[in-house]
Design a protein around this ligand. Structure first.
Ligand code: SF4
Length: 256
C-alpha cells in the first residue's frame, strides 16, 4: 500500500493538477484517517483513536515545506499546485488552520503562481478553523462518493459516528469555491453487492451534488490496489456517459 515517507514530497505529475508538490501532515509509517474507504490506496485504517496519533509539530511542517520550496526553486522545477494529500486525512492535523495561513505566506514568497489544493474527506468541516482554512485556498477538493446513508457507511466506512447528513450540511456552506470528487465503483463488500452508479443511489447523490454550490465536479474510478479485493473499476468509456447525465444539469464535470 502507498505511504509517503516525508512531509513534503514530489513534485509529481497529477492528472488534475499538473506538477503537484505534495504535503503530508500525517504519520509516515501508517495511515491516519476518519474514513476507512474500501478502495483506499493507503490500505485499511488501523488507528481508531484519532487524537492519539502522530501529528508533526507546526514548526517541523513549515520547515519541511520551506526547504522543499527552496530546493524546487533552486532547481528550476515547475509547481502548479501545492497539495495537501498524503497518508490519510490532512484536516485531522490539530494545527491545520495555522499551517494553511503559513503556507499562504510561503507560497507568496517562493511560488506565487502555484495554487493550493487540499484533498479532503470533509469529515472535519464542523471545525471552524478547518472551514476557514479551506475557504482561503484556491482548490478545496472534497470527497462525496455516496448519495445514501447506507452506501456512505459501506463505501467510506467512517471511523467516527459522522453521517452523510452532517457532511452535506457543511458542504452546503461553501459559496462556490468548492470542487467535489466522486469515485464510482462496484463490487461486493460484506456480502453486499453494490454499485454507486445504480438507482436509487445515483439520483440521491445527484440531488446532493445539485444542492451544493460548486465550481467543478471530478468523477473517476479505481487506479491502484485496494484493500477490498474484487472491486470493479469503471472504464473511461463508462464514466463519460455518467458525466454527460450530470452535465445535462449545467454542471462542469471532468473525468479522469
Ligand atoms: S478518505 Fe482518503 S485517505 Fe481516508 S480512507 Fe478514504 S481514500 Fe483513504
Amino acid at each position: 500500500m502507498l505511504l509517503w515517507k516525508s512531509i513534503a514530497f514530489g513534485p509529481i505529475q497529477s492528472r488534475r493538477l499538473g506538477k503537484s508538490l505534495g504535503i503530508n501532515l500525517l504519520d509516515t509509517k501508517k495511515k491516519i484517517c476518519s474514513f476507512n474507504c474500501i478502495y483506499c490506496e493507503c490500505g485499511w485504517t488501523e488507528e481508531k483513536k484519532l487524537t492519539d496519533c502522530l501529528y508533526y509539530p507546526l514548526a517541523d511542517v513549515l520547515q519541511s515545506i520551506e526547504e522543499k520550496l527552496i530546493d524546487c526553486r533552486k532547481n528550476g522545477m515547475k509547481i502548479d499546485s501545492i497539495t495537501f494529500s498524503g497518508n490519510g486525512e490532512p484536516t485531522l492535523h490539530p494545527e491545520f488552520g495555522e499551517i494553511v495561513t503559513e503556507l499562504l505566506r510561503l507560497r507568496a514568497q517562493y511560488y506565487p503562481q502555484a495554487v493550493i489544493t487540499c484533498l479532503s474527506n470533509a469529515t472535519q468541516l464542523h471545525r471552524i478553523d478547518v472551514r476557514e482554512a479551506l475557504y482561503k485556498i484556491e482548490n478545496p477538493m472534497l470527497k462525496l462518493d455516496a448519495g445514501t446513508e447506507d452506501y456512505f457507511q459501506l463505501i467510506n466506512a467512517p471511523t467516527t459516528t459522522i453521517t452523510l447528513v452532517e457532511i452535506m450540511r457543511y458542504l452546503s456552506d461553501f459559496q462556490g469555491n468548492l470542487i467535489i470528487q466522486t469515485l464510482f465503483l462496484k463490487g461486493v463488500v460484506k456480502e453486499i453487492a453494490f454499485d454507486n452508479s445504480s438507482e436509487p443511489h445515483f439520483s440521491a447523490w445527484l440531488n446532493h451534488i445539485q444542492s451544493i454550490n460548486l465550481k467543478k465536479l471530478y468523477i473517476y474510478s479505481l487506479d491502484r490496489v485496494t484493500p477490498v479485493r474484487h472491486l470493479v473499476k469503471f472504464s473511461y468509456e463508462e464514466l463519460e456517459p455518467i458525466a454527460d447525465k450530470i452535465r445535462a444539469f449545467g454542471l462542469d464535470v471532468g473525468v479522469y
